[in-house]
Design a protein around this ligand. Structure first.
Ligand SMILES: NC(=O)C1=CN([C@@H]2O[C@H](COP(=O)(O)OP(=O)(O)OC[C@H]3O[C@@H](n4cnc5c(N)ncnc54)[C@H](O)[C@@H]3O)[C@@H](O)[C@H]2O)[C@H](O)CC1
Ligand SMILES: [K+]
Length: 540
């Protein structure tokens, strides 16, 4: 396979401002704190400056109120050590530096009364950067929202007037790192030292970015590779007081048969725990009767012992009212059922996101042309082999397994494939991530049904299919790990469902636990970091 076709494990070549927040939190869960990241960012910035300006030179560091300013404060300390004459100009009052990391950077600098000068710019119009050899722009980074307001607007103008080398930390202040838009004043940098990975907006404005350097902040590649608590904390939308009924998501679960009564009920219960407004459960009579003890589930009775084509019109009508559909759990393998699945998938509006699980995957194996980009397929290894006609590489050869799954995703409209196993592989052919949250006892029946329900719930909440699959795998696994901690070998899928709320309510708090700390016996993969220098020249 061409290297270019191979998806790198992780979030891709560029990262959004949301990805930055996710990576920070996942990194912290893996034992590398935000403070360490900021320290490394500062050091990288200082080193890049030192490559360009001789020591002994005068350097002004302009510092904003957030993480970007924190990076600048750390850089100032390193530059002082390297022998630069460092003046720090704070645009915010020290008490307005709120994040604990940036605060501790400030406190460390405050006592450096011999080597660093700190001034608070009370009148931003009077900032003078005359006589400096270099200016470090640590005003605003990925946290920018809208045009820079005073005093940052004036500070940006001052940077642009300076007759010195201008080095921007992460992004030129005033540039929207996601879109490349500059809605107000913006720094025109000579060098931009962007942290961890390039941000998409940087490539749209080479005139503002200048030379682009990508620098390490010491975040473990695993913070991107493994789905983690940061994904839950930052990618899952939460309701506000202004949310109306239905806006938080409505899901239609289609499953069950005379022989498999419980499976779709578990999916429905898991979906509900993900924080949905409505869950419809469409299932044969016996299943609907069994689900009657859960009055919050809205039943759609399909008369008879199993799903068959005469139910399809009715299901399509209910699907209109749902934001996402999950199909397959416990449906059984009757020919009529398989036919009904194919007909339904063919006739569903193309914009409707769907999770295809279990017996519905079997139905798809004879009509793979029905697979589309907004589908999440959740096969285990045998289902994968039957669906695509080839077994994936074993879990131990994780890179090959990822490549096998990614290839099938690319061949099928970049659908998201969640290949279940001791470590789950999630890929849409462009990106690939792994989930290792889980417990050995999750081989117990029903945990896969919970997973499908969670994935559908996240789709219904508007999470894009790739992230919905990633987060469902993590939440399911983490809830399973919590259940295992309590019940050990005796845990059931319902114990897992009963712990979903713990993972969703306080994902970052839970990170302190050992959920991500299992070391897996996997073959090492080649993780290619963004090389130093100019990624632009590499055709990115
Ligand atoms: N993983 C990483 O890449 C790391 C990046 N780091 C650095 O942190 C910043 C992001 O930090 P954050 O605190 O989220 O945002 P900012 O520093 O960019 O600024 C937020 C700050 O600014 C205020 N603000 C926002 N918009 C405006 C505006 N239009 N006008 C005025 N003020 C505005 C807002 O209220 C906040 O107070 C990232 O770029 C990196 O430099 C970490 O150091 C390490 C990990
Ligand atoms: K900046």
């Amino acid at each position: 396979m061409e290297d270019a076709e191979k998806p790198q494990l992780g979030l891709g070549d560029t990262i959004s401002s949301l990805d930055v927040a996710v990576i920070d939190a996942n990194s912290e869960a893996l034992g590398v704190s935000r403070l360490q990241l900021m320290e490394n960012a500062g050091r990288s910035v200082a080193e890049e400056l030192a490559r360009r300006v001789p020591n002994g030179s005068r350097v002004a560091v302009l510092v904003g109120p957030g993480g970007n300013g924190g990076d600048g404060l750390a850089a100032a300390r390193h530059l002082a050590y390297m022998g630069y004459r460092v003046d720090v100009i704070l645009l915010a009052k020290p008490e307005d530096i709120r994040s604990p990391e940036a605060r501790s950077m400030y406190e460390a600098l405050e006592v450096m009364d011999i080597t660093v000068d700190i001034t608070i710019a009370r009148d931003p119009r009077r900032i003078s950067l005359e006589g400096y050899d270099a200016v470090v722009d640590a005003l605003l980074g990925t946290g920018l929202r809208g045009p820079p307001r005073s005093p940052y607007a004036e500070a940006i103008e001052a940077v642009n007037r300076a007759n010195a080398l201008k080095l921007s930390v992460d992004v030129p202040s005033g540039l929207d790192s996601d879109t490349g838009e500059a809605p107000g004043p913006v720094v025109r940098a000579d060098v931009t030292v962007t942290l961890h990975k390039p941000k998409p907006g940087l490539f749209r404005r080479p005139d503002l970015v200048g030379e682009l350097v990508v620098a390490s902040i010491g975040a473990p590649p695993e913070a991107e590779i493994y789905v983690g608590p940061g994904d839950v904390a930052y990618r899952v939308p939460r309701r506000s007081w202004r949310t109306h009924k239905g806006q938080a998501g409505r899901v239609l679960i289609i499953g069950g048969s005379q022989g498999f009564v419980g499976a779709p009920v578990i999916s429905a219960l898991a979906a509900q725990r993900a924080g949905l407004d409505l869950v419809y459960l469409a299932a044969p009579t016996r299943v609907v009767e069994a689900a009657a003890r859960y009055p919050t589930i809205i039943p759609v009775e399909l008369e008879g012992p199993y799903l068959s084509p005469e139910h399809v019109d009715r299901l399509l009508a209910v699907a209109q009212r749902a934001d996402a559909v999950a199909i397959g759990m416990g449906l059984g393998l009757e020919e009529a059922t398989q036919e009904a699945v194919r007909e339904l998938l063919a006739r569903l509006p193309p914009g409707k996101p769907v999770v295809v699980d279990a017996d519905a995957l079997k139905a798809l194996s004879t009509s793979r042309e029905l697979i589309r980009g907004n589908m999440v397929l959740t096969p285990h290894e045998a289902e994968f082999a039957r669906l695509f006609g080839a077994k994936p590489a074993p879990v131990e050869k994780i890179e090959a397994r990822v490549a096998d799954a990614a290839q099938q995703a690319r061949l099928h409209g970049n659908a998201t494939i969640l290949l279940k196993g001791p470590v789950d592989v999630i890929t849409d052919g462009r990106r690939a991530r792994l989930n290792k949250a889980g417990a050995p006892a999750m081989s117990t029946g029903g945990t896969g049904d919970a997973l499908a329900g969670l994935a559908a719930a996240l789709l219904a909440k508007g999470v894009e299919p790739f992230h919905a699959a990633c987060i469902a795998a993590y939440v399911n696994g983490a809830a399973g790990a919590l259940a295992y901690r309590e019940y050990g070998e005796s845990m059931t899928a319902l114990d897992l469902v009963d712990r979903i709320h713990l993972v969703l309510k306080d994902p970052l708090g839970l990170a302190g636990s050992s959920i991500l700390y299992r070391r897996l016996p996997l073959e090492k993969t080649r993780y290619q970091p963004p090389t130093r220098g100019r990624p632009r020249d590499r055709g990115l």
